[in-house]
Design a protein around this ligand. Structure first.
Ligand code: GLN
Length: 476
């Protein structure tokens, strides 16, 4: 039977001739079929993937040099465009829409020999923390099927957790890669804003959105980042900085400086068991010779409100393009005029949570309330960026939980959006500040569920972030 542990080990086996790309695809297609009830994949491109695998096997055997991601089997969150394949952001409003181009990130994967196996379930337009807001229904957490996998990239997390592909892509606007990685016991990286092109990523909140990576180990995640990061003429917010060879720079013997906030560990919403495990880990790091120090952080209570004001504002503008005229779903009910047509299309096309956010965003941008909400939230964002800049003058990382609790029971928070939003308390900070962050699967709770430790680093310091994550995971 095909067994996967890392890209490096897979490539070694391909070289020895013990396995083939074709066998790998067959294995995953079979596994997806056997775990359909998890509902992670929306569509599986089985035939295409088998064909591509056969071609790669043939090329390799003919001695043609292989790409960095030769035969690596990848799943894509249903917000990342792949030419000639359907994409819907898990929304009814993009019913039967087919991508007319591929995201730059996808082009980069393909150029290095990756095989795209299918698209993955998520919360509608990446809005949510449980993957319950999807037109395709909820995704189950493979560690406990009565629980959610987290969101919004729940399908992407479960696909890696349950061994349905080797690595997957998600998007992280406020934690949507790190939180499901935490809930599912895998690695989830959100790079610096502007490190990976957003061209071909369906927008939720453009000044926050970033493509992120799910994997089982750090070298895999580092290699994917290396392949996808870098300049792109199609994204005006992308950084022109050179891309380090992340996968070659992993080293486990450095000493780092960690900052932590008492405010985060003493927060009323945090599960005491999680707080104590992470504090213990911090103490352990200190014993190992790293610098670990407390820093005052009085902004914690403001990050979630600011995040939801700013992201809903951006979403209300981004989502105005779904009007039934240009693409996707269009009402066939009788309409009185154009406004009525828009109303009917958008009312029926969008789900509850997306509508809630469009209305909230429209409200905070409205003339009478703009200064009270939008301007204030922007001020908080600026204060936060300044504070984080100061912290990174003295420290390499901020150490935090990823989520205050382990995976929720399905349905548990659906009637209480505020409680759901508040659970984003430890993740949204990285998106507000545009810094990279990772969730590393280090712990198992007494309730049996996995959870992670989160680290944030200064902008474009993915090298250290990956180094320290590799060190922590290896010492687990
Ligand atoms: N849970 C957050 C939200 O609902 C995160 C979403 C995301 O990162 N896409 O907005």
């Amino acid at each position: 039977m095909f067994q996967y542990s890392s890209i490096e080990q897979y490539h070694a086996q391909l070289k020895e001739g013990n396995v083939s790309c074709l066998q790998a695809v067959q294995h995953y297609v079979w596994s997806i079929d056997a775990t359909k009830h998890l509902n992670a994949f929306i569509e599986v491109y089985a035939n295409e993937a088998l064909e591509k695998a056969a071609l790669l096997d043939k090329e390799r055997k003919a001695g043609i040099p292989i790409g960095k991601l030769h035969g690596v089997i990848v799943g894509l969150k249903d917000v990342i465009c792949y030419k000639n394949h359907r994409i819907s952001a898990a929304s009814n409003i993009l019913q039967n829409f087919t991508s007319i181009y591929s995201a730059t990130a996808v082009e980069s994967l393909l150029a290095q020999g990756a095989i795209i196996l299918g698209n993955l379930n998520c919360d509608e337009f990446a809005m949510g923390s449980t993957n319950e807001n999807s037109t395709y229904g909820k995704v189950l957490n493979a560690a406990d099927e009565s629980r959610v996998p987290g969101g919004s990239s729940g399908g992407s997390a479960v696909a890696v957790q349950a061994g349905l592909c080797m690595v997957s892509l998600g998007s992280d606007t406020g934690g949507s890669v790190r939180q499901p990685a935490d809930f599912c016991g895998i690695v989830g990286l959100k790079p610096t804003y502007g490190r990976i092109s957003r061209y071909g990523l369906i927008a939720y909140a453009s000044s926050f959105d970033q493509i992120g990576i799910f994997g089982n180990n750090i070298p895999d995640v580092a290699l994917l980042l290396e392949v996808m990061a870098g300049a792109d003429d199609f994204d005006s917010t992308i950084s022109q900085r050179e891309v380090p060879a992340y996968s070659k720079l992993l080293s486990r013997d450095k000493k780092f400086r960690f900052a932590y906030f008492d405010e985060a560990f003493n927060h009323p919403g945090i599960d005491p068991e999680i707080a104590s495990a992470i504090k213990k880990k911090a103490e352990h790091l200190k014993k190992e010779g790293h610098v670990v120090e407390k820093v005052d952080f009085d902004l914690l209570d403001y990050v979630v409100p600011s995040y939801y004001v700013l992201t809903t504002a951006e979403a209300s503008s981004n989502l105005s393009r779904y009007d039934g005229v240009k693409f996707g779903y269009r009402t066939d009910a009788p309409v009185a005029d154009l406004t009525d047509f828009y109303n009917q299309t958008r009312s029926a096309g969008f789900g509850r949570e997306v509508k809630r956010r469009i209305m909230l965003g429209t409200f905070v941008l409205s003339a009478g309330y703009y200064d009270a909400y939008f301007t204030r939230a922007q001020k908080v964002r600026k204060l936060l960026i300044d504070k984080i800049d100061l912290i990174f003058r003295d420290f390499d990382f901020i150490i935090l939980p990823t989520s205050p609790v382990t995976a929720f029971k399905a349905g548990e928070k659906m009637d209480d959006p505020i409680a759901m939003y508040l659970a984003d308390i430890y993740t949204v900070m990285a998106n507000l500040a545009g810094i990279p962050a990772i969730s590393i699967p280090l712990f198992i709770h007494s309730n049996g569920m996995p959870y992670g430790l989160q680290l944030m680093a200064n902008k474009f310091n993915e090298v250290s972030l990956l180094q320290v994550s590799d060190l922590l995971l290896a010492a687990k």
